[in-house]
Design a protein around this ligand. Structure first.
Ligand code: M6R
Length: 609
């Protein structure tokens, strides 16, 4: 993870760097730092533990002007979050380095460099890059060559940017496993780990490819591929927008994003549905031909996106007429798997930069799937660029680390995928018509569900002193229980587990007592009676239940059960039942006083494995 920004310009670049870091804070917020070559030709570095604001405050006390600089916001991997572990790291006060990724052979390199006389000031793997480039610089003609030599010795993943005190008119950058994008200005050029950081200064971008090393000056950009040959990379005009904006009337981005869901879903549906199905172009050129052949779908994703994949498995096998496997990307990428005939691989990701998901996609392409489809919220992201087909969720920028509107819009995309594949696999026109209607009615139902907020806020009071909780669901609501549990632990730090309700008697029932709130998602579906039996099993053992139920499911509140009724819905119930669980975790976190938008130890985009 971590965010990188760099600039070479005639003007003072520190403001640009810091604004870039603010926009990249979703990638980590353990510490932040900046280094520039100042007017006296010295490397000047300012670093602070904590968020970018702490760095901004420090810079206002110690102005650090310079025309060439690099900056970094960190999510700690090697070495605790602290000022001494914050980037940029220096070698001999000559070279400054920022890095995103993990150097796997850092321990061996560190030993070698220490033997060569280098002194390490941090516990990070990054510092080996600084010293190794410095070491190689002595036997090479330029910083670029020193970086190319260093790249031969580094194992693992890196996106890195180097600044040399003796040659302050240039930055050298290298990409291997962690994205970097060059921003082209007029008489000035930039580098960042995400184009979002550079939108205030340019719209013209070059995405570096795996193994690229590049040299950036004010007037020129030279790129070399992994064999060292000079290459031209395409220039992209970006239409991306950065609409983090302010929080409006909301106290947190997460709450704003929860309330944006009806509109985000409406945007995701817009122009993509006919009366009886999904318009072919929704998934991109060639989708129709591909979908006609699909008999199996393999989905890979992480975290919340994995939960949406799990819902899709129920839907694809129930309505889509094809078999489906779902796997966590970090597992899929490291095991030998069997490719079913006529298989489509689908990756799901809000950011499109999740390292494990990206690696799983690359593996799948080597394994010989029919084709690949990315369901993603960020246009131009690595996942979208590297997939054959893409479905863009139109959730808008999601700033809160806890994913909300990205999840519900992913589910909308997956619902449309079910229709698109199902029509070639036995889904009747009548069924399609009914499903399309349900999708069109969804934003309205979401609005109705959000009206439950004050009831849920009241309920949250009862969770604030709890240390553990259990979420239960059956069928396609089991992944929703998992998502509810993830939300609660992520932002309130309360331990939460999810179980398929039928599993209770196989172990978890032993946990039930009055201190363990049990949250149940109970729409009116074919499994309702089974779920009611599971609820009784909990009640009989003194458990306190919080049931989110269909108004037609006939649950009644009493001393051991609090019931909140949701609008009636059938196949899209997983989307609706997500809302109260998001609100519950939000209000519990508010009562506990945690950092809702940037919970401890986490980052929005997980670009390291
Ligand atoms: O950007 P992605 O959807 O690929 O991210 C995957 C997970 O890191 C992400 O969903 C994470 O679990 C969220 N913080 C959950 O709220």
């Amino acid at each position: 993870m971590c965010g990188i920004v760099g600039a070479v310009a005639q003007r003072d670049v520190v403001e640009i760097l810091v604004e870039g870091l603010r926009r990249l804070e979703y990638r980590g917020y353990d510490s932040a730092g900046v280094a520039v070559v100042n007017n006296a030709g010295e490397l000047q570095r300012v670093r602070r533990l904590g968020k970018v604001q702490a760095l901004t405050d420090a810079l206002s006390e110690t102005p650090t002007p310079g025309g060439t600089g690099i900056a970094h916001t960190r999510w700690a991997t090697h070495g605790e979050p602290s000022e001494r572990n914050a980037h940029p790291h220096l070698s001999n006060n000559d070279l400054a380095v920022v890095h995103n990724g993990i150097i796997e052979n850092h321990a061996a390199l560190r030993r070698r460099l220490e033997e060569a006389g280098y002194r390490f000031d941090s516990d990070t793997d990054t510092e080996v890059i600084a010293h190794l480039v410095h070491y190689n610089r002595q036997n090479t003609a330029s910083l670029l060559e020193a970086m190319q030599a260093t790249a031969q010795e580094l194992e693992g993943a890196y996106g890195t940017v180097l600044l040399d005190r003796a040659d302050p008119e240039r930055l050298v950058v290298a990409r291997s496993g962690s994205p970097l994008v060059i921003g082209l200005g007029i008489g000035e050029n930039f580098i960042a780990s995400d184009q979002l950081a550079l939108l205030p200064v340019t719209r013209r971008f070059i995405f570096l490819e795996e193994g690229d090393v590049a040299e950036i000056t004010r007037s020129d950009v030279r790129i070399f591929d992994k064999s060292g040959a000079p290459v031209e990379r395409e220039i992209h005009e970006s239409t991306a927008s950065y609409d983090a904006g302010d929080k409006g009337p909301y106290r947190h981005y997460m709450l704003k994003e929860i309330y944006e869901q009806p509109q985000a879903v409406a945007n995701t549906l817009e122009g993509r549905l006919s009366e009886t199905g999904v318009l072919d172009e929704t998934f991109g050129n060639g989708a129709t031909e591909l979908f006609k052949q699909v008999k199996h779908v393999q989905i890979v994703a992480c975290g919340t996106s994995y939960h949406s994949a799990m819902v899709a498995r129920y839907w694809l096998e129930c309505f889509g007429g094809v078999s489906c496997n779902v796997e966590i990307a970090s597992e899929f990428r490291y095991r030998k798997s069997y490719v079913q005939p006529n298989s489509l691989v689908v990756t799901i990701s809000q950011s499109g930069e999740t390292a494990d998901t990206l690696a799983a996609l690359r593996l799948a392409k080597d394994l010989g799937y029919l084709g690949s489809l990315a369901i993603c919220n960020v246009a131009g992201s690595s996942l979208v660029r590297e997939s054959d087909l893409a479905f863009m969720t139109r959730a808008g920028a999601e700033i809160g680390v806890a994913s909300t509107k990205a999840f519900t819009t992913q589910l909308v995309g997956l619902a449309m995928l079910v229709l698109a594949i199902g029509k070639y696999n036995g889904l009747s026109e009548d069924e399609q018509h009914g499903m399309v209607l349900a999708l069109k009615n969804l934003p309205g139902k979401l609005d109705e569900t959000l009206e439950l907020a004050s009831q849920i806020e009241e309920l949250a009071e009862e969770f604030a002193d709890k240390h553990h909780s259990l979420f239960l669901g059956r069928g396609e609501q089991y992944p929703i229980a998992m998502e509810g549990a993830l939300k609660l632990k992520e932002i309130s730090y309360i331990h939460a587990e999810a179980y398929a309700a039928g599993e209770l008697k196989h172990g978890p029932l032993a946990l039930i007592d009055a201190d363990m709130p049990i949250i149940v998602v109970a729409p009116n579906n074919d499994l309702l009676e089974k779920l009611k039996s599971n609820v009784e099993e909990v009640r009989a053992r003194g458990g306190i239940l919080y049931v989110f139920a269909d108004s037609e499911a006939h649950f009644e509140s009493d001393a051991t059960m609090r019931v909140i009724n949701l609008p009636h819905t059938r196949w899209l119930a997983p989307i609706l039942y997500t809302i109260p669980l998001q609100l519950l975790s939000y209000y519990v976190a508010i009562i506990k006083g945690t950092d809702v938008d940037q919970p401890r130890n986490l980052a929005k985009s997980v670009t390291v494995e």
